[in-house]
Write a protein that binds this ligand. Sequence first.
Ligand SMILES: C[S@@+](CC[C@H](N)C(=O)[O-])C[C@H]1O[C@@H](n2cnc3c(N)ncnc32)[C@H](O)[C@@H]1O
Length: 284
Amino acid sequence: MTTLAATPALDSLSFEYVRKLVLERSAIALETGKGYLVESRLMPIARAHGHGTLSAFIESLRRQPHGILHTQVVEAMTTNETSFFRDIHPFDALRTIVLPELVSARSAAKKLNLWSAACSTGQEPYSIAILLAEHFPALSDWTVNIYATDLSQQVLDRAQAGQFTQLEANRGLPAALLVKYFDKVGLHWHIKPAIKRRVRFLQANLIEPWPMLPAMDVIFMRNVLIYFTPETKRQILSKVRGQLAAGGTLFLGGAETTLGIDDAWRRVNHGKTSTYRLGPAANS
Ligand SMILES: C[S@@+](CC[C@H](N)C(=O)[O-])C[C@H]1O[C@@H](n2cnc3c(N)ncnc32)[C@H](O)[C@@H]1O
């Protein structure tokens, strides 16, 4: 039987198997009609493992206990689109409002914890590290921890390497910051060790128990909730509440919100972007 999910290379039962696997392991909800996406992402893995057709590959997955290959399939179905200083306005809000407030609030402890949850290939946490180095030199004698996590070990390995192509560097990095914080090595731009050292990369699946992390002053959880069902978003936002330090700020992606999902959050407008905080407004 052919359904909208199926493509010439992918029958509907195989699509259904991949849809369930990806949903269970990552919470990413693959809609019917994404058969072509499954085909384009999984065909290279199928070929690399000697399978002539996608259906044969999926059939062999079905017969094996869950292992490395299943993980590879789930990781291949994640969308890792990112860029330096993505959407710029959240970084402006971080620089001009959120961090100045935190610097004053935490001046006794001299400690800040920031988390880029779903960091993909690292552009987001490195943008935060560059912003801190560039605009907050007074924090040099503070303890500033930047944690960066993702479901996919493959993107984390790339993030940890800190090596970017010219095309990746061109996306969002002003030339002055590129030459100041990166070294050109052959065709790649390598993030300078002093910036790289500031980011701690860890594997973490948002729908599984999180690794031990400190209470966070700032959480960037951008462009990942968008892939989840409303119920999964609600569960994750409730866990985020428990991870945020008092007075902390949550950044979501431009197409994401807590509104209508978890009422504990208050949206704070900063002109062209918004952030989210817990508790009543300061002036209420
Ligand atoms: C589109 S990227 C967003 C990267 C970055 N936050 C940004 O906004 O540019 C989404 C990332 O979410 C990760 N992801 C998807 N499902 C996840 C899950 N259940 N737990 C943790 N990370 C997940 C993917 O591996 C991918 O790297």
